[in-house]
Write a protein that binds this ligand. Structure first.
Ligand code: FPP
Length: 232
């Protein structure tokens, strides 16, 4: 969800207003994804590197997260959305951690769409914590060294129980992954748009989905496969 800061600058507004408009854009997109029977939506809300932003901006983002959770969780629950947070949440203050835990508990049995919110997340952090867990399994004898393979490593990653992403949408014009789901995006289709996140509308989402539908996905093989759509 890139481009909040530039959107604010273009409109002569403080960056925090860009983030607030970004939260509005996210609300539109989530609603549209449920309607379009997307089974998993993962958003990158705060990276491990974002702590390096000015303290005022970090504080404003934390306030926005708490406020958004307070405002949205019940509505998401009613819409059948299961919420999950990935990342190192121990660094957030207790009230925010409590809201994340409560939102996960409340929505745990919902099955229409899983919304994953990556907070204090980094793809390298994810791989490192998975490697550490794997090493612990070997050290304690739960796993033989010969059994360390791709499956064993990926079973410790943050999204282990969810399918790998089919499509990445990055707004704001940059064409890079920025330490997002590094392992999980091995075969993800990458879609970049100049649109700044606060301006991202349902039409932009539909354009990205139409682009995705034209992709020939071979996963290193010759024949292509189709996107699965599931909503229980
Ligand atoms: C990147 O834009 C955006 C962020 C670091 C924050 C994303 C947060 C939201 C959209 C708020 C809503 C989220 C939730 C989960 C309620 P940037 O600030 O890097 O923009 P720039 O590249 O133009 O400076």
């Amino acid at each position: 969800m890139d481009g909040n800061g530039r959107w604010a600058k273009q409109h002569g507004l403080p960056r925090v207003i860009g983030h607030r408009r970004g939260a509005n854009a996210l609300r539109r997109v989530v609603r549209a994804c449920v309607q379009r029977q997307i089974s998993v939506l993962t958003v990158f809300a705060f990276s491990s590197e974002n702590w390096q932003r000015p303290e005022t901006e970090v504080k404003a983002l934390m306030v926005l997260f708490v406020h958004s959770l307070r405002r949205e969780v019940e509505k998401l629950h009613e819409a059948g959305v299961r919420l999950r947070f990935i990342g190192e949440r121990g660094r957030f203050d207790a009230a925010l951690q409590h809201r994340m835990d409560a939102a996960e508990r409340l929505t745990a049995n919902n099955s229409c769409m899983t919304m994953v919110i990556a907070v204090n997340y980094g793809g390298r952090w994810d791989l490192t914590q998975a490697a550490r867990a794997l090493a612990a399994d070997v050290l304690t004898g739960r796993l033989a060294l010969e059994k360390v393979d791709e499956h064993a490593l990926s079973s410790h990653l943050a999204l282990a129980d969810l399918p790998e992403p089919d499509l990445l949408i990055r707004s704001g014009g940059e064409q890079r992954i920025s330490n997002f789901l590094l392992w999980q995006m091995a075969y993800t289709e990458l879609y970049f748009t100049q649109t700044l996140w606060p301006d991202f509308r349902v039409d932009d989402l539909d354009q990205a989905l139409a682009w995705f539908a034209q992709r020939d996905r071979r996963f290193g093989r010759v024949e292509s496969t189709q996107l699965r759509v599931e909503c229980a």
